[in-house]
Design a protein around this ligand. Structure first.
Ligand SMILES: Cc1cc2nc3c(=O)[nH]c(=O)nc-3n(C[C@H](O)[C@H](O)[C@H](O)COP(=O)(O)O)c2cc1C
Length: 178
């Protein structure tokens, strides 16, 4: 399986997450990692799974670097391919728009015809700060708050990576031995 991780970042939190995903997956499959602004989008359909991530910016908006390529992404033909999305946000200072980029990334990639995968649930967050979200609600991907819930980033990340690895039957050579 060929995996591509695409991300944007301003203050490098998303970059750290993307790097960690790439480190974990590269031992299991052919993995490429790039910022969205440095990627040749035409080659994207060569990948079986794309993991696309970015911070929530502005007032619940996609990061500028994603907005710049949105039309180009929407025109890709990703039929038969899979896309998993992740986003960062801040419940304490942006509760009303917490993690909106997650839904916007899903909307964007849905337009390519890809199968969107990697759902999680809004469990263990701070619903009292996020009036538009309710406990237990399905989320279209991985949502991280590396500001108010920094210590939950690693377990959330690991659990999501494990979910995708199981789904795509990715195993280390050692594990696949009889
Ligand atoms: C100007 C600005 C606007 C932001 N707006 C939102 C927002 O609407 N919703 C949200 O959940 N987080 C918002 N955030 C928080 C970022 O998503 C968060 O800081 C993220 O970790 C940044 O990731 P990065 O380091 O990869 O750029 C905003 C941050 C900044 C600086």
């Amino acid at each position: 399986m060929r995996l591509l991780i695409l991300y944007s970042t301003s203050t490098r939190r998303t970059e750290t997450v993307a790097n960690r995903l790439a480190e974990g997956f590269s031992t299991l499959c052919d993995t490429s990692l790039s910022t969205i602004e440095n990627w040749d989008l035409d080659t994207t359909p060569d990948y079986d799974l794309v993991i696309a991530g970015g911070p929530t910016a502005g007032q619940g908006e996609l990061h500028l670097k994603w907005r710049r390529v949105a039309d180009e992404v929407a025109r890709l033909d990703m039929q038969g391919r899979h896309v998993a999305v992740f986003a960062l946000g801040d419940q304490r200072h942006h509760g009303g728009t917490f993690g909106n980029a997650l839904w916007l990334l899903r909307e964007l990639w849905e337009q390519t015809g890809a199968n969107i995968t990697g759902e999680t649930s809004f469990t263990g967050y701070l619903p009292q700060l996020c009036p538009h979200l309710r406990d237990g609600q399905r989320l279209p991907g991985l949502l991280l708050d590396h500001i108010a819930q920094r210590r939950l980033t690693t377990p959330r990340l690991e659990s999501w990576a494990e979910q995708l690895q199981q789904q795509f039957a990715l195993q280390t050579a050692a594990r696949s031995l009889p």
